[in-house]
Design a protein around this ligand. Structure first.
Ligand SMILES: [Fe+2]
Ligand SMILES: [Fe+2]
Length: 225
């Protein structure tokens, strides 16, 4: 049995993931409009479809777990700012920056979150085992696509890689803010936001990892691996 308090917190977590899934859907669709090769465009259209499915899944799971949990959440405003950063990159036609912000960083964190939720007892108790594994797998594929697409785009261009890695800084600062605002939720599940952050960084390609600054989650400066 999942107790009422746990249900409310799980619903809250799903409510945090929901705007991220919607952002991923809109971003992948916009990216499919500016990607140069046909295979990438096809992948991104499929991704947009999968993200739309994830968003529906999160919304119905949240309503099923806790029907009254539609209030706005602490990380919402920061997520809006994150979305604005990606939208500005897309408006400039900067596919590379949008891949860094969406597939590499956000979905790097996304698949860490999905895999940890999937491994969590609460998720299994709710009977989401198979669907949870599918979502975690799809997030991993989206992330890997972003890493590979960037590898092809910037290849051995060190100056461009460096510039792109530096442009990742505001995205990472917002990720730290989001993790910081969710400290209470993390504490409820006995999880450490810094562990999520560190694990996310390990999913980054080396050229981006080299530019990552120490975490500012909770205002404490700690080194990441
Ligand atoms: Fe997703
Ligand atoms: Fe995704």
């Amino acid at each position: 049995m999942v107790i009422a308090r746990e249900r409310a917190r799980i619903a809250q977590l799903l409510g945090v993931l929901l705007p991220a899934e919607r952002m991923a859907r809109d971003c992948a669709l916009a990216q499919s409009g500016i990607a140069a090769d046909r295979a990438a465009r096809r992948f991104l259209i499929t991704q947009a479809r999968q993200e739309a499915f994830h968003a529906k899944l999160m919304a119905s799971a949240r309503d099923w777990v806790h029907p009254r949990s539609t209030r706005s959440l602490p990380g919402d405003a920061t997520m809006v700012r994150y979305r604005a950063l990606i939208e500005r990159a897309l408006q400039r036609g900067d596919l590379a920056e949008s891949l860094v912000g969406q597939q590499v960083i956000l979905e790097g964190l996304g698949h860490v979150v999905c895999e940890r939720i999937h491994a969590g007892i609460a998720w299994r108790r709710l009977g989401f085992t198979r669907i949870g594994a599918l979502v975690a797998h799809q997030e991993r594929v989206h992330h890997a696509f972003g890493v590979r697409a960037l590898e092809r785009m910037i290849d051995d261009d060190h100056a461009r890689r460096r510039a792109l890695a530096q442009r990742a800084a505001p995205y990472l600062a917002l990720i730290d803010e989001i993790l910081g605002t969710l400290a209470e939720l993390f504490a409820f599940f006995a999880e450490d936001p810094l562990a999520y952050r560190s694990e996310m960084v390990t999913t980054f390609p080396g050229w981006l990892r080299a530019e990552v600054q120490p975490s500012r989650v909770d205002g404490t400066a700690r080194e990441t691996p």
